[in-house]
Design a protein. Structure first.
Length: 307
């Protein structure tokens, strides 16, 4: 089978997204006739019709829908590969670690300390990004490793190691009627206003970061159900109560699938070594009403109730 060039994929994706040859040509910075010819040539080479053209415009065939979906992923992968190669060739190389605010459950400091003792270690840059951005930065080749959270982050296309499993807690203002309870169930929170993250469904106020959410909780505008590690930096006017049937969350170390980076391998070794050394021990958090320390994953029964 003839190979499809990256340039041809880029042409087709532009047309498929715009559903208009003129707009696609303008986006690509080229004239429309050669773009039309390139798409026709691609269809002949593949032996399938990708677009239905008529007086009302352009629409995708089923084959076109498939090529659009797969073509986007292929183009993204090429861009990421180029970016990783460029970063690997920089004279002052570094390892970029990304995570959301407070997304390491207190593990990153120990991992970094262990990593610096490895002969393959590079200088480390830690980037704290907005919630939901860390997987994208890793896929785009802008980061080398990421601390993600299963089941909330998309782990597809990554190699991973599970580091720590956490229970859920309800974060409430101390003045809340449930604030003195030792534990809660999700049903206890029925009717409460919950935050809504950008792009996700929900009826509550939209929040863009943890700091904003904590401020709104402190003001009595909402409550939130979060992984137990949130206790580490909890504001004094808030409490965190264990939610017995809340979502179980796993902190996951992720890196590009089949990575050949020795620096990444060294970082993974450091993280796994740290977790194995602490296996069977609790991780201390500040005291709070109804607090129960994190425990090893083997002690959990996964509750089916989602957040």
């Amino acid at each position: 089978m003839d190979r499809v060039e990256t340039r041809e994929l880029a042409y087709f994706v532009a047309v498929a997204e715009e559903l208009h040859f003129g707009r696609a040509a303008g986006r690509l910075g080229m004239a429309q006739p050669p773009l039309s010819r390139a798409i026709r040539q691609l269809e002949r080479r593949l032996g399938v019709e990708l677009l239905i053209r008529n007086s009302r415009g352009v629409r995708l065939t089923e084959a076109g829908e498939v090529l659009l979906h797969e073509g986007r992923k292929a183009l993204d992968a090429v861009e990421a590969a180029v970016r990783r190669a460029q970063r690997a060739g920089e004279p002052e190389r570094k390892l970029v670690v990304v995570m959301k605010p407070n997304g390491d459950a207190g593990l990153l400091g120990g991992i970094l300390q262990a990593y610096q003792g490895d002969p393959e270690a590079l200088p480390v840059e830690v980037e704290i990004c907005r919630i939901g951005e860390q997987a994208g930065l890793l896929r785009e080749g802008r980061a080398d490793v990421a601390l993600l959270h299963d089941p909330y982050d998309d782990l597809s296309g990554f190699d991973t190691e599970e580091l720590l499993t956490q229970r859920s807690v309800a974060v409430l203002p101390r003045t809340h009627g449930l604030a003195r309870r030792r534990s809660l169930h999700m049903a206890d929170l029925a009717g409460e206003t919950m935050p809504r993250w950008p792009g996700l469904p929900g009826d509550g106020p939209e929040v863009r970061d943890t700091a904003q959410m904590m401020q709104l909780i402190a003001l009595g505008r909402m409550v939130a159900v979060m992984p137990e590690a949130v206790r580490r930096n909890l504001r004094e006017e808030l409490v965190a109560i264990p939610v017995l049937d809340g979502q179980i969350t796993t902190v996951v170390l992720a890196w590009p699938e089949r990575s050949r980076s020795r620096a990444v391998a060294a970082f993974v070794r450091a993280a796994v070594g740290l977790v194995q050394a602490e296996e069977g021990t609790t991780i201390a958090f500040p005291a709070a009403v109804g607090h129960e320390n994190l425990v090893p994953a083997s002690d959990f029964e996964v509750a089916p109730h989602p957040l």
